[in-house]
Ligand binder design. Structure first.
Ligand code: HEC
Length: 134
């Protein structure tokens, strides 16, 4: 009996540990990543359907000129959802990193119909790209 139980225990602990490390890999802290603006420009192709980085140019989504560090819902002339407008969020790199993984989870009620960027490095890259437009 004992050896069988021991094997079960080892298997369970092993499964828990590998599960935990898979989760940790899925979400490394933003500060541990270095964004590459050139790679981010390629990632931004996914945003370009709805956003441009030109100042004052709103499309389906608001202009992303100067987005990094800005208060949410403040681009003049853009008709935001109340969820975005009243979120009280400031788009720091750290906040964008979480938001862009799953926008509708971060901000329930947003009208941004975008599933999100699952890849943490792609998020860091696109943030580095956006940081250039200020
Ligand atoms: C299908 C269209 C679409 C795509 C694709 C899209 N967005 Fe958006 N985005 C929107 C809309 C619409 C809003 C306004 C949301 C609201 O008012 O609820 C928005 C809002 C935002 C905001 C908040 C702006 C503010 O002024 O508060 C950020 C930041 C943002 N998007 C970044 C991105 C990035 C980065 C990408 C690509 C990785 C992306 N979006 C892809 C449509 C899109």
């Amino acid at each position: 009996m004992f050896p069988a139980k021991a094997i079960t225990l080892v298997t369970t602990v092993g499964a828990l540990l590998s599960g935990a490390s898979a989760w940790a890999q899925a979400a490394p802290p933003f500060r541990s990543l270095k964004g590459n603006p050139a790679a981010g420009e390629k990632v931004f192709a996914q945003c370009r359907a709805c956003h441009v980085t030109d100042k004052g140019v709103n499309r389906v989504g608001p202009s992303l000129h100067g987005i990094v560090g800005r208060k949410a819902g403040t681009v003049p002339g853009y008709n935001y959802s109340t969820a975005n407008k009243n979120s009280g969020v400031t788009w720091t790199p750290e906040v964008l990193y979480v938001y862009l993984e799953n926008p509708r989870k971060f901000m329930p009620g947003t009208k941004m119909a975008f599933a999100g960027l699952r890849n943490p490095q792609q998020r860091a890259d696109v943030i580095a790209y956006l940081q250039q437009f200020r």
